[in-house]
Design a protein around this ligand. Structure first.
Ligand code: ADP
Length: 265
């Protein structure tokens, strides 16, 4: 904790006095430190693939010039490094857009059940490749909610993608929608979206930090699966914008469950 002390001499009604003020500087320093950490993280995340790209370009210009097989192999690594940078920059743009809009209430009517159906369908190829079955459990009809369709699609995509990415072959991921019902967490009526997987789960000590930017339980595993470490931070901001709640629950070894409660009113 840091305090800033200032001293002023005051004269009032012929009396001399001294005013000593103590101001707590901790919140400002904390915000400044977070900003510095963020810049350092972004720089590091961008520099790693860039360094690899520069190294491969050098090799391609020199020793690998005449070796067609090596050239193909290097080009495909370069492609995946460039894709990684592309994903990172896209996520950074999403994050800053979402943050900028966080105080603006979304106003469109969104059919959540339809959005879930679309998202599951869109991720079907990824699920198949990973050997994970994704099931949707949707009610016959649900009222639309006030929201931002693209952002809610991004929430679903990030959560379902994580369920696929972090569960092993043969796992099952389920997306369910329930409500509207009274939800104390949003102090009113809301719908509940749950993405549950049967993967390795998350140790409870990590759960409070999962939505921090670049926080990963296992950095190697995340990178290997193409993760940027920003997915849940984006989810959190979007849910906040919708005045909703994000809850994470997990039994290690049995799976993880991400719940999003969105107010209907
Ligand atoms: P990433 O791009 O690394 O996936 P996220 O912000 O989406 O970043 O997630 C942060 C971390 O939370 C991941 O690196 C992973 O360790 C953990 N995580 C997220 N979803 C799951 C899940 N369904 N099962 C296990 N771990 C998960």
């Amino acid at each position: 904790t840091t305090f800033r002390a200032s001293v002023r001499v005051v004269r009032e009604g012929g009396l001399d006095g001294m005013l000593v003020c103590f101001e707590d500087e901790t919140p400002r320093e904390h915000a400044e430190q977070m900003r510095r950490d963020f810049v350092a993280n972004v720089s590091h995340e961008l520099k790693t693939p860039l360094t690899a790209l520069i190294g491969f370009i050098d090799t391609l210009k020199g020793p690998a010039r005449a070796d067609a097989a090596a050239r193909d192999r290097f080009l495909s690594i370069m492609e995946s490094e460039a894709n990684r940078m592309n994903r990172l920059v896209s996520d950074l743009l999403s994050l800053s857009r979402v943050e900028a809009e966080e105080r603006v209430r979304p106003t469109a009517r969104v059919d959540i059940a339809g959005l879930i159906r679309d998202s599951v369908r869109a991720l079907e190829p990824l699920a198949q490749e990973a050997g994970v079955t994704v099931e949707a459990d949707l009610p016959e009809s649900t009222p639309g909610i006030l929201g931002d369709r693209d952002q809610l699609r991004q929430v679903l995509q990030n959560l379902i993608e994580n369920a696929i990415k972090y569960s092993g072959r043969g796992a099952v991921a389920r997306v369910s929608l329930t409500g509207p019902a009274y939800e104390p967490r949003v102090r009113g009526h809301g719908v509940r979206i749950q993405v549950t997987d049967s993967g390795p789960g998350i140790d409870p000590i990590h759960i409070p930090r999962l939505t921090e930017r670049f926080y990963r339980v296992d950095a190697h595993r995340s990178r290997e699966r193409g993760g940027t470490g920003l997915g849940l931070a984006i989810v959190k901001h979007i849910v906040n914008r919708h005045r909703g709640r994000l809850l994470v629950d997990s039994t290690p070894g049995e799976g993880a469950q991400f719940t999003v409660v969105l107010p209907t009113g």
